[in-house]
Design a protein around this ligand. Structure first.
Ligand SMILES: Cc1cc2nc3c(=O)[nH]c(=O)nc-3n(C[C@H](O)[C@H](O)[C@H](O)COP(=O)(O)OP(=O)(O)OC[C@H]3O[C@@H](n4cnc5c(N)ncnc54)[C@H](O)[C@@H]3O)c2cc1C
Length: 496
C-alpha cells in the first residue's frame, strides 16, 4: 500500500502541546495516591523507594544522585575503579584517536603484535562496554545485571552486510540471540536487537530507500513489491538522497529483497513464540526509509493485542522526527496496531551533516543541540501520554540526565511505573551507571544495551560508534564525579 501524505492542516491539528497540561493534572484515577502503584505489585523490592505522590513529584526530586552509597551499592570496588579509569581514558580525544588508529593499522595484521593489543583491549574497553565474547558469557553478564535490578538488551555485534552469505550468517546470530534470551531468567532480557543493515545488503537498502523516496515525490510511481506499511515520510522529510528517478528493482534484486524480508519475518516469528520484543536500530538517513519499511510492515503483522513485538527507533536529532512519529502513531492507532518506539537523539550527526553539505542541501539535523533536546523531550512526553492512555510502549534510550528527570516526572504524573513493557529507560552498557541506578531506584524499568561477540568483531563496531559519539564519551564527567565520590567514601570507610 502506498504511503499517503497527510495534509499540513491535519498535521497541525495533530501537533501536541506539552505545555498546556499542568504537571499533576492528568489521569486522576491512575495517579490516586491511595492505590498501590502497579509496579509495586508487579515486583516487590524493598530497595526501591515508594514514589512521592504525583503532586509532590518534580523533575529534581524523583531521581536521587546524592546518596552515592545507594547509587553504586551493586557495583564492586574493583569494577568501580576500572569503570572510572576507562571513562577517564575515553573522555580524552587523543586516547580515542590512538585506539582508532591502532585498530585500523597494519599492526593488527601482524599476529605477534595483534594478540597483545587484543588482550589489552579485552581487559579494558571491551570488558567495560561489552557483554562478552559469546552468548554464554553475555548471559552471565545479564544475570549479574539483573541481580543489580537492571535488565539487558542483547545486541549481537555485527557489521553491515554486503552479500547474502553475510546476511545469512548474521541472521543465524540474531536467531541464536533469541535462544540465549530464552535461557536466561524471565524478564532479565528486555529486548533482542536487530540491525537491518546486517540482514539485508547495504546496496539493496539504498536502492529500496531511493525507490520509496521517489514514490513519496511521485505517488503514481508503482512499487509492485511494496507491502502494507505505516507512513515512512512526512512533508518535511528530506528527499535529497534521490536526485533522479531510480530504476525499478531487477528480478534478482526483488528476489534478494524478498530473502531479507523473510529473514526479518523468521526473526519476528521466533520473538513472538518466545514473547521477547524485537528492537530495530536506526541508522543513516540514506537507508532509514527502507529500515522503517522493514519495521512497520513487520509491526503490522506481528504487533497484536496490546503486545508490541516489533519496535522502531526514532532519531530525534532529525528535523522531521516529530512529524514522522506523529504520522506513524496516528496510522497505527487508527488500525489498532500497538506500536513500540525507542527514542534516541541519534548517532550519525557528523556523517549526516557532511553528506548533506556535499550534495548542497541543508542538514537534516536540528540546527542546534537545544532543538534536539526539545525534540527528544517533546516526543518522549507525547509517547508517555499515549501509552498511559492506550496501547503501545516506549523505550527512552538516553544518557541525558535532564531528559531522564523530565520523563521520570512525566511518568509519575501519569501514574506509571514498572508496568509490563510499556516504559523502559535504556543506557549503553558501561555508560551512565548513575542515571541507570537512579532511575531503577525510583522504580522504573531500566535496561543496558549490551553488545556481545568476539573482540575483533565488536571492537571495530564500537570504535565507529566512539568516533561518531565523542560527545557522549566526553560527557561522562557527571558519572566519573559520582564514582570518584563513592570511591573516596569507600576508601575512607575502608569498605571493599
Ligand atoms: C540504548 C541505546 C540505544 C541506541 N540506539 C541507537 C540507534 O538505534 N540509532 C542511533 O542513531 N543511535 C542510537 N543510540 C545512540 C544515541 O542516538 C545517541 O548518540 C547517544 O545516546 C547520545 O545521546 P543522549 O540522548 O544520550 O544525549 P546527550 O548525552 O545529551 O548527548 C547529546 C549528543 O547529541 C549530539 N547532538 C544531537 N543533536 C545535535 C545538534 N543539533 N547539535 C549539536 N549536537 C547534537 C551531540 O553530539 C551530543 O553529544 C542509542 C543509545 C542508547 C543509549
Amino acid at each position: 500500500m502506498a504511503t499517503r501524505v497527510i495534509p499540513p492542516r491535519i498535521l497541525r491539528n495533530l501537533r501536541y502541546n506539552t505545555a498546556t497540561r499542568p504537571l499533576n493534572a492528568a489521569h486522576p484515577p491512575l495517579s490516586a495516591p491511595s492505590v498501590a502503584p502497579p509496579y509495586l505489585l508487579d515486583k516487590p523490592d524493598p530497595t526501591h523507594q515508594k514514589p512521592p505522590s504525583p503532586a509532590a513529584a518534580d523533575a529534581d526530586s524523583i531521581l536521587n544522585f546524592d546518596n552515592v552509597e545507594k547509587l553504586f551499592s551493586h557495583v564492586a570496588t574493583s569494577k568501580l575503579l576500572r569503570s572510572s579509569a576507562v571513562l577517564h581514558a575515553t573522555a580524552v580525544d587523543p586516547v580515542v584517536d590512538f585506539g582508532m588508529w591502532l585498530m585500523k593499522s597494519k599492526v593488527m595484521e601482524v599476529n605477534l603484535l595483534k594478540q597483545p593489543v587484543l588482550s589489552a583491549v579485552r581487559h579494558t574497553f571491551y570488558e567495560h562496554f561489552c557483554a562478552g565474547e559469546d552468548a554464554v558469557t553475555a548471559g552471565e553478564s545479564i544475570r549479574a545485571l539483573n541481580q543489580a535490578g537492571l535488565r539487558g538488551m542483547l545486541v549481537y555485534g555485527v557489521e553491515d552486510a554486503n552479500d547474502n552469505d553475510a546476511c545469512d550468517r548474521n541472521h543465524n546470530g540474531f536467531l541464536h540471540t533469541v535462544d540465549v534470551s530464552r535461557s536466561l531468567p524471565p524478564s532479565s532480557v528486555s529486548f533482542v536487537i536487530v540491525k537491518i543493515t546486517a540482514i539485508c545488503p547495504m546496496r539493496l537498502l539504498e536502492r529500496v530507500s531511493d525507490l520509496l523516496r521517489w514514490q513519496q515525490k511521485d505517488p503514481s510511481f508503482n512499487l509492485p513489491w511494496k507491502r502494507d506499511t505505516l507512513p515512512l515520510f512526512s512533508e518535511s522529510s528530506p528527499l535529497y538522497h534521490t536526485r533522479k528517478r531510480p530504476e525499478p528493482l531487477s528480478p534478482e534484486e526483488e528476489h534478494e529483497f524478498e530473502l531479507a524480508i523473510q529473514r526479518m519475518q523468521e526473526l519476528c516469528q521466533k520473538c513472538v513464540q518466545n514473547n521477547i520484543p524485537l528492537m530495530v536500530d536506526a541508522e543513516h538517513t540514506s537507508v532509514q526509509p527502507a529500515i522503517d519499511y522493514f519495521t512497520y510492515s513487520s509491526a503490522i503483522l506481528y504487533n497484536r493485542d496490546n503486545n508490541p513485538i516489533v519496535f522502531g527507533t526514532i532519531q530525534t536529532y532529525l528535523k522531521d522526527a516529530k512529524e514522522r512519529l506523529l504520522l506513524a502513531t496516528k496510522a497505527a492507532e487508527e488500525r489498532g496496531i500497538p506500536m513500540g518506539f525507542k527514542l534516541v537523539r541519534g548517532a550519525y550527526m557528523s556523517s549526516e551533516r557532511s553528506l548533506a553539505t556535499s550534495l548542497g542541501f541543508a542538514s537534516p539535523i536540528h540546527d542546534n543541540i537545544q532543538a534536539t533536546h526539545k525534540c527528544f523531550n517533546d516526543c518522549s512526553s507525547f509517547l508517555l501520554e499515549k501509552i498511559a492512555d492506550g496501547p503501545g510502549a516506549v523505550v527512552l534510550a538516553t544518557h541525558n540526565v535532564e531528559s531522564g528527570k523530565l520523563a521520570a516526572a512525566k511518568a509519575y504524573e501519569l501514574g506509571m511505573g514498572k508496568v509490563n513493557h510499556k516504559l523502559e529507560f535504556a543506557q549503553l552498557h558501561g555508560m551512565s551507571e548513575a542515571l541507570s541506578f537512579a532511575l531503577s531506584n525510583a522504580g522504573f524499568q531500566v535496561s543496558k544495551y549490551m553488545p556481545f561477540g568476539p573482540v575483533e568483531t565488536v571492537m571495530p563496531y564500537l570504535l565507529r560508534r566512539a568516533e561518531e559519539n565523542r560527545g557522549i564519551l566526553a560527557a561522562s564527567g557527571f558519572d566519573r564525579q559520582l564514582m570518584r565520590k563513592e570511591l573516596n567514601r569507600r576508601l575512607t570507610a575502608a569498605v571493599f
